[in-house]
Ligand binder design. Structure first.
Ligand code: GAL
Length: 437
């Protein structure tokens, strides 16, 4: 038995090691902008050293932006070696576990991808694992260059702990335009309209909604939008602040809608990743997809689709004028070796130039308010505008709205729901996890 256990442990370690590229960047996707921008984080560093950048951006739809970012940094700071320590798995499915082990073992990467909100604040800042970056913000004159709402998400007790590189939107539905045209469908703006469209598609033999919930977060992402649709942004926030209970009638209604929505998804959803589900829409095998707009990066850069020709987009029904915020940020863990080089990288990451190289590829919009909208396609331009006026709400599936402990339990409860479709069970599981929020 012991032997079997150690063999199992060994294979687990090998799988994790295989998932992690851990190698130096051999990026080939370059940027053709070779100018040394004025807003690039200052002069080139003369210091030799290295920066290890930890993220989960590997493979299709994920790594193009990161590699372009690393190329530009290499160009500007040739003396600083970049180690791209990306661990595969959407939404950090594997990366977060590897990171936790490294942080617990006092072996932090120089900087790591972390969502603004509770994932940063409750997991790492509260454990005294992060350095405050107030001086970096002051030195770069950043306080009015990022939206206040975003600075709030990366702050605790008056200190700022990370640099946002982007803003992804989670409450968006991408749709196959040919299918919508063929069936004379209008984009739905309410849940009632959504179900009417889904019914027509189903009757015509088209899968209405693509789902890929092989990784647990994907179904949770759909559920959080259903919650926002019933509660509105303000009460959604209250729900995760503990001011509204999980057995509130609107939460129950969201769960009932979830049950109904699952009638309209592809049968093989449990074996698909988010990219696999996006492919269904790209290839005309399903009509719609609710996915964060990294799917836009995937459609355009990896699958060669054209925005507003091959696929269109609309706000998740009944969340028009609201914006599910997912922000990828990078901070400075305590006890890293190359502090100056890491600060150099973070300064670069916060620059307009870096953000405008990264985000058009990633599908996200820049976190900086003074970035250049002309670098973005119609989707990006629309989203930049929407963000300015929308009511924002933090994502649950990507760790901003609640602690990692709660998110893990919510993911489990949602995944059980997807198979059992038991509304009462979902509500009581969420209610009993609530004290961990
Ligand atoms: C999110 C992350 C995005 C994207 C997505 C899919 O958590 O914020 O940048 O990578 O996961 O992996």
């Amino acid at each position: 038995m012991k032997k079997i256990l150690s063999l199992l442990m060994l294979s687990l370690v090998l799988i994790i090691a295989a998932c992690s590229s851990g190698s130096d960047s051999d990026s080939s996707s370059g940027t053709d902008d070779d100018s040394k921008g004025t807003d690039s984080g200052g002069k080139d560093s003369g210091s030799a050293g290295s920066v290890e950048i930890f993220s989960w951006w590997t493979g299709a739809g994920e790594e193009d932006g990161l590699l372009a970012l690393i190329d530009l940094f290499n160009e500007k700071f040739p003396d600083i070696e970049v180690k791209n320590a990306a661990v595969a798995g959407g939404a950090g499915t594997n990366a977060k576990a590897v990171l936790a082990t490294r942080m617990q073992g006092n072996d932090p990467p120089s900087t790591f991808q972390v969502h603004g909100g509770e994932e940063l604040n409750k997991s790492w800042v509260a454990a005294n694992k992060m350095e405050a970056l107030n001086e970096l913000y002051e030195a770069n004159d950043w306080m009015d260059k990022f939206p206040e709402s975003l600075i709030d998400l990366v702050s605790s007790d008056g200190n700022i702990y990370s640099v946002p590189v982007n803003i992804h939107r989670g409450n968006v539905i991408f749709y196959n335009m040919e299918i919508f045209n063929e069936h004379n469908l209008e984009v739905p703006t309410t849940m009632d309209e959504f179900f009417a469209v889904a019914e027509k598609l189903e009757a015509a033999g088209v899968v209405p909604l693509a789902l890929g919930d092989k990784e647990t977060w994907e179904a949770t992402q759909v559920f959080e939008n259903l919650l926002a649709a019933e509660l509105g942004a303000d009460d959604y926030i209250k729900l995760f602040n503990g001011e509204i209970e999980f057995d509130d009638a609107r939460v129950v209604k969201a769960a009932e809608n979830f049950d109904k929505l699952l009638n309209y998804v592809n049968d093989d959803h449990a074996s698909r990743s988010w990219q696999d589900s996006a492919q269904l829409v790209a290839e005309g095998d399903a009509a719609m997809l609710n996915m964060g707009d990294w799917a836009k990066g995937y459609f355009v850069n990896d699958l060669g689709l054209v925005t507003n020709e091959d696929f269109g987009y609309f706000a998740f029904p009944d969340t028009v004028g609201e914006f599910a915020v997912i922000t990828d940020t990078f901070g400075l863990p305590t006890g890293v070796e190359h502090v100056e080089e890491t600060k150099e990288f973070l300064t670069f990451l916060g620059s307009v130039e870096a953000q405008d190289v990264f985000n058009p590829l990633k599908g996200s919009i820049p976190a900086r308010i003074d970035a250049d909208p002309s670098k973005y396609d119609d989707y990006g331009k629309d989203t930049i505008e929407d963000f300015k006026t929308a009511k924002l709400f933090p994502t649950l599936a990507h760790g901003s709205a609640a602690s990692e402990g709660f998110v893990t339990k919510a993911n489990q409860a949602v995944n059980i729901f997807v198979t059992q479709r038991d509304v009462d069970n979902l509500i009581s599981a969420l209610k009993s996890a609530a004290p961990e929020m």
